[in-house]
Write a protein that binds this ligand. Structure first.
Ligand code: ADP
Ligand code: MG
Ligand code: MG
Length: 248
């Protein structure tokens, strides 16, 4: 479904991705791990079409279509959703209005139908109806921000959900509801590309469900089964890189 081929990406004159190859099949679950600064968020944002990241070489295809140059909203319409590592505050835009508009644009849902669906789904993520009148992420805790990202995913039911550190800055209770909802989406057929630095969330997920890719300095240098997470946690990235001869 998603194919990333030899992707080279720069910000300003710095090369951040230095030849990334990655394939995600329909309904598959892939995890990307790697030290801070290895390029995980850059990869996620580039797949989502963020204009800051310039693709110098390589291409991205989705269901056979070349989407390398496609604007972000067109990617969303094709079923790609990114849940951000740092969801931003949007002063003046209420959650309800925002979600209604997204559902209208992406799913052609009318406002009334959308309203009911939003209230009902929000409850599953512990948002009350009055919370939905608040401005997007303004004054939200870490857990609330990440739960709000998951709420968008549950409403959109994307074909591919990219999650950038859904476990960072999140309280334990939020973490358990977030991981449960990710599993639910996966069971309903959403392919998942989950990025995590500490792997905290992976303790809540069945390792037979996913494959692990490890990034180092702008490249994916290792691909293993889900059980490999334990080894990473025990040894740390540096030792793993030494053992695989991944340090150039
Ligand atoms: P990760 O998510 O793995 O921690 P990032 O993709 O955020 O890594 O960052 C990879 C490298 O690219 C880092 O050295 C970071 O400083 C740099 N980088 C990322 N985004 C930008 C940006 N917008 N401007 C300048 N440097 C950036
Ligand atoms: Mg980081
Ligand atoms: Mg990051």
């Amino acid at each position: 479904m998603l194919n990333v081929e030899n992707l080279i990406v720069t910000v300003g004159d710095r090369e951040i991705l230095r030849g990334v190859d990655l394939s995600v099949g329909t309904g598959e679950f892939h995890v990307i791990m790697g030290p801070n600064g290895s390029g995980k968020s850059t990869l996620a944002l580039t797949i989502a079409g963020h204009p800051r990241y310039e693709i110098k070489k390589g291409r991205i295809t989705f269901n056979g279509e070349d989407i390398t140059e496609l604007p972000p909203d067109e990617r969303v319409k094709r079923g790609i959703m990114l849940a951000f590592q740092h969801p931003e505050e949007v002063e003046g835009v209420r959650i309800m209005e925002f979600l209604q508009q997204v559902l209208a644009e992406v799913k052609g849902m009318d406002m009334v139908e959308a309203y009911d669906r939003i209230v009902e789904t929000a409850k599953e993520l512990w948002f009350k109806e009055e919370d939905l009148m608040r401005y997007v992420n303004v004054g939200f805790s870490g857990g609330e921000r990440k739960r709000f990202e998951i709420l968008q995913a549950l409403l959109l039911e994307p074909k591919l959900l990219i999650l950038d550190e859904p476990d960072s800055g999140v309280d334990v209770d939020s973490l358990s509801v977030i991981s449960r909802k990710i599993e639910e989406l996966h069971e309903k057929g959403t392919a998942v590309l989950l990025i995590t630095h500490y792997g905290r969330i992976l303790g809540h997920l069945d390792p037979s469900r996913f494959r692990v890719h490890v990034m180092r300095e702008g490249r994916i240098v290792l691909e293993r089964g889900g059980e490999f997470v334990k080894e990473i946690e025990e040894k740390g990235f540096q030792k793993i890189f030494e053992e695989c001869g991944c340090n150039e």
